[in-house]
Design a protein around this ligand. Structure first.
Ligand code: SF4
Length: 157
């Protein structure tokens, strides 16, 4: 049986080029925990935060899930000369690039490296670190409208 391509670890250090958070459309999904964490950076209640910074988007399973807005130029709404919520950033951002799809094959990983100059450079992350990040990413499912209402009451969403 062939060895997992990242059995000996993978190198990644973010170069802070902002390519992954600017200029192109994308989706930064928010889980319940993401929402709770990111709210610490704002003096807003849930309803105000969602109206100002979030949108509802269709998910692959047919549900509507919470996602950060983008600016007209497709920059992430949280981008302001860098990530303005870095210490409370969503799990999706924090666990990049150790996402399921990118770890599925060396080919996927190397394709992504063409977009991200931090991949295959810098700090070597060992297998256990990679698996921890991947598991955290997998568990961090985006919150649906129905879940939001039942968890946080009648948030005006
Ligand atoms: S594209 Fe890669 S190197 Fe650039 S900011 Fe995103 S994670 Fe960092």
């Amino acid at each position: 049986m062939s060895e997992c391509f990242f059995a000996k670890g993978l190198s990644f250090s973010c170069k802070q080029c902002s390519h992954c958070c600017r200029h192109e459309p994308g989706f930064v999904y928010l889980s319940k925990n993401d929402l709770t964490n990111i709210l610490q950076s704002f003096n807003l209640n849930i309803s105000e935060f969602i109206q100002k910074y979030c949108r509802w988007v269709n998910y692959y399973d047919g549900s509507e899930v919470l996602c950060l807005q983008e600016k007209d130029n497709y920059d992430c709404i949280m981008w302001d000369n860098g990530c303005s919520v870095y210490s409370q950033r969503p799990v999706q951002c924090r666990t990049y690039p150790f996402w399921n799809f990118l770890l599925e094959s060396k080919q996927n990983w190397d394709e992504e490296a063409k977009e991200c100059p931090g991949i295959n450079t810098g700090k070597l992350h060992n297998f256990d670190e990679i698996m921890r990040a991947q598991n955290e990413y997998s568990r961090n499912v985006p919150i649906t409208k129905e879940q939001l209402k039942s968890l946080f009451g009648e948030a005006d969403c």
